[in-house]
Design a protein around this ligand. Structure first.
Ligand SMILES: Cc1cc2nc3c(=O)[nH]c(=O)nc-3n(C[C@H](O)[C@H](O)[C@H](O)COP(=O)(O)O)c2cc1C
Length: 162
């Protein structure tokens, strides 16, 4: 059997529609965020989620060291935030970005559909990425429509508002 090429793998994965999140963390008082679609629910009791983060991303060390992160589920009108936190900005990543904090100290972005504030329970290395299993210690909700991503493009999927 021939090995699966990275291009074929990407072609398969881009056929799977997802929502879009910005995962934030903080280290020595400095906030950091990264756009992440690899987010899933893991367990109800206790409330547990997972995210997958490239270990070459700047955010990786923030999450791995501080052992906290917050998943911000973007709403349909927040494509600019998704682009900003996917852009490998070195400094002042949060300039002009409105946010508050909840339990862990990671940024809770204004205007998202939901945020899940987490403490890292486990980290598993898997190839280029790490799977972070996070215990949800607080959350917040807001009504609206979600931002989606499919075939390399942002999309509102014409979904109804909550
Ligand atoms: C829609 C979308 C989804 C993404 N999902 C992930 C993801 O799940 N995990 C990840 O590590 N990177 C993901 N990325 C890529 C990171 O956002 C990107 O590599 C970012 O530049 C890393 O920034 P940093 O090195 O400044 O931390 C995604 C990018 C986009 C546009």
């Amino acid at each position: 059997m021939p090995a699966v090429s990275p291009d074929a793998f990407k072609d398969a994965m881009r056929r799977f529609p997802t929502g879009v999140t910005v995962v934030t963390s903080v280290k020595n008082g400095e906030p950091r965020g990264v756009t992440v679609s690899a987010f899933a629910s893991v367990s109800l009791e206790p409330p547990t989620i997972l995210i997958c983060v490239n270990r070459e991303a700047r955010s990786y060390l923030f999450i791995s060291t501080s052992k906290i992160f917050c998943v911000n589920i973007l709403s349909a009108d927040q494509q600019q935030l998704a682009e900003r936190f996917a852009a490998r900005i070195r400094e002042r990543q949060f300039e002009g970005v409105a946010y508050s904090i909840d339990r862990t100290g990671a940024a809770v972005l204004d205007g998202t559909l939901a945020h899940l504030d987490c403490e890292v329970d486990q980290e598993h290395h898997a190839g280029s990425h790490s799977v972070f299993i996070g215990r949800v210690v607080s959350l917040g909700l807001r009504d609206g429509a979600p931002l989606g991503y499919f075939n390399g493009h942002y999309d509102d999927f014409s979904l109804r508002n909550l």
